[in-house]
Structure formats: C-alpha cells, structure tokens
Design a protein around this ligand. Structure first.
Ligand SMILES: [Zn+2]
Length: 58
C-alpha cells in the first residue's frame, strides 16, 4: 500500500479531480491516467505540487 487508506479516499487529481492510481514503485507515486501526470509519494504522503509533477507518456 502506497497511501494511507483515508488519504487515498479523499485524494483526487488536482487538475481533473479524477481518481488516482497508486504505484508501489520504486519510486512510489500516484498517477492520473486521465491527464497523464504523476507525483512522488514520500512517507505515504503524495507531493502534489507543480514542481514535483511528472508527465507520463501514453
Ligand atoms: Zn487528472
């Protein structure tokens, strides 16, 4: 499990508000497959800031 279940239930993509997909990694991250973005997860907390954002290739 990458994220705390409670955190997981309230989190959504900051761009499209869509559901996030967890990836165990390494490195652990959460991904939005709608806008093809990913953010790193540190100690169970996703760092959903623009600077940490990674674009996924389809
Ligand atoms: Zn999104």
């Amino acid at each position: 499990m990458v994220l705390d279940p409670l955190l997981r239930s309230i989190l959504g993509c900051p761009h499209c508000k869509g559901p996030l997909e967890e990836h165990e990694g390494p490195p652990p991250e959460v991904r939005c497959l709608r806008c093809l973005r990913a953010w790193p997860v540190e100690d169970g907390v996703p760092r959903m800031v623009h600077e940490e954002e990674r674009r996924l290739t389809p």
